[in-house]
Design a protein around this ligand. Sequence first.
Ligand code: PLP
Length: 353
Amino acid sequence: MNTPVDLRSDAATRPTEAMRAAMAAAPVGDDTYGEDPSVRALEDRVAGMLGLEAAMFTASGTQSNLCAILAHCQRGDEYIVGQLAHCYRWEGGGAAVLGSVQPQPLDHAPDMTLPLRAIEDAIKPEDDHFARTRLLALENTIHGRVLPAGFVAEATALAARHGLARHLDGARLFNAAVAQAGNGDPRDAARGIAGHFDSVSVCFSKGLGAPVGSALCGPAAFVRRARRVRKMVGGAMRQAGILAAAADYALSHNIGRLAEDHARARRLAEGVAGIEGLAVAPVDTNIVTIRVEPEAGLDGGRMLAWLREAGILATGLYSLRFVTHLGIDDAGIERAIAAIRAFAAAGRQTVRP
Ligand SMILES: *Cc1c(COP(=O)(O)O)cnc(C)c1O
């Protein structure tokens, strides 16, 4: 029996032997006293890489985004955010539940940007009727799409003109950077993107391949406020250097190789292009989204079950999502292509008139 090809998420990565060795060798201390040298080194490193003053290591991207929103906003404030953004839709409503901060979600354009006009219209005037609009939160990449550089510049400049803070959920910032850098240095591209924001959250536990952890970067005073929030939600850790060492290893070894994940995602998309009833969205980075068209006699739920039988794991319902990462090799991609093609051929035959 072949091991499953797990394309559900790039969070599925397992630490490699070399990463485990780095973790085992990490010097540690009590980080709640600021005494864990590995955590401090990681925080300094990631802040420096992104051109921001300070950083805080967190248990997860969800926690990092929550700390960011609560450090930017007070009770009765609101943040403007995309309907499909993680820090609106996928984080349990934490900013509202724990911070009394109201989201103002906006519909995305087809390329996953937010129309500038819609952002501007959503900014409330000073008036007792309204929540105070305080923050614009963007996500890059978002559902695997890279936000165009011009959009990021214009949207953040618009926010700044209106006195809003700007937060980037950069869980996959380095995927965006690798895609945008082309033959250039993705670290420069990452710093370029981050430069438009007051605060940036990055995940080490997605494509970078660490088992746990994110970092929230921003001005020192902002990060101090965020540390208080992290404490309140139980996120202050002790000898966390073991985890920080994995993240540090990921920054050293796993940024450039994201290009391989992107190439495999493109190969997967090409391998299933043109099949009737399967609409493949444009692939910018490591996420392939395939819409399964019921009109063509295909069913997303049946397709997922079929793929699972064939040892291919994906997620979704009408739109299925396939995410490449360092645990996926070329053979896995070819298996996925073959299974999807087989389903499309067989799935149609079972349609009743
Ligand atoms: C995964 C993810 C997060 C949250 O990360 P967790 O560590 O799973 O909490 C936040 N934003 C985006 C865009 C993500 O993909």
